[in-house]
Ligand binder design. Sequence first.
Ligand SMILES: C[S@@+](CC[C@H](N)C(=O)[O-])C[C@H]1O[C@@H](n2cnc3c(N)ncnc32)[C@H](O)[C@@H]1O
Length: 258
Amino acid sequence: MNSSRQQRIIEHFRRSIHSYDDGAKVQKLVGDTLIAKMAALGDIRYDRVLEIGCCTGSMTETLCRMKSVRELWVNDLVPECCYQAAERVGAVAGDIRLLAGDIERLAIPDGLDLIISSSTFQWLKDLPLAFNKFTTSLHDNGFLAFTMFGPGTMRQVRELIGVGLEYTSEGDLAEMLKRNFSLVEIETSCCTLYFQNAREVLRHIQATGVGGAGAYHWTPGKLRVFERDYRLQFGTEKGVPLDYVSTCVIARKGQSVR
Ligand SMILES: C[S@@+](CC[C@H](N)C(=O)[O-])C[C@H]1O[C@@H](n2cnc3c(N)ncnc32)[C@H](O)[C@@H]1O
């Protein structure tokens, strides 16, 4: 049984499937950067791979075009996302297996070479527990490679209406990971998108599925105040900004020798 929070997340991502690829410019950028960093490392194997939170399969496709993956498991909370990602890479990946559902509750395959995920882990409830689970599914030289959004992401919206996810900092992530992994790469970068007005910011948030981050009851009055305050507090000559902060991690199973 899904909680009401999870049901909301599912509904928002399900509704955004058709608009996601057009709107998710930052997610595309950080996913491409992750794949480029992985490509530059020679020692990752791509025989058995699990992707967590595949969404529309945008990064799945980039990965499968870059490397030949023999067995690819695609996971997402929204089953339609798994179907779409699988269809998208059908011609370029080997054996594709669907793993629909909450990755924190599902049994995941073992003996994996790589667990990869982009712009998804900020949605998980218990990240240290999830990392432990991933460790047992990776074989001894396996890799965990991911990006996730961090503190400061969509800070303008949080400051104005108090809604947003609980993000994990790069320092806290490094602490969690070093119990089971050695860090090959960890880097945080910022990116700001600009919109004509605050209403466009909200459209962007809906289009990329992030509207499920919190329950907020909009009324015409609240919307007017939001638009006015967003312009007054954050407006620039380029338009109104929306910040994203993303951490990119490549970690190898096994504690670092220090
Ligand atoms: C921002 S999208 C991911 C984007 C995609 N990886 C990309 O690079 O374009 C986040 C995805 O995570 C999924 N998700 C959220 N919580 C999840 C969970 N607990 N288990 C599996 N998937 C989850 C959502 O359904 C959504 O499709």
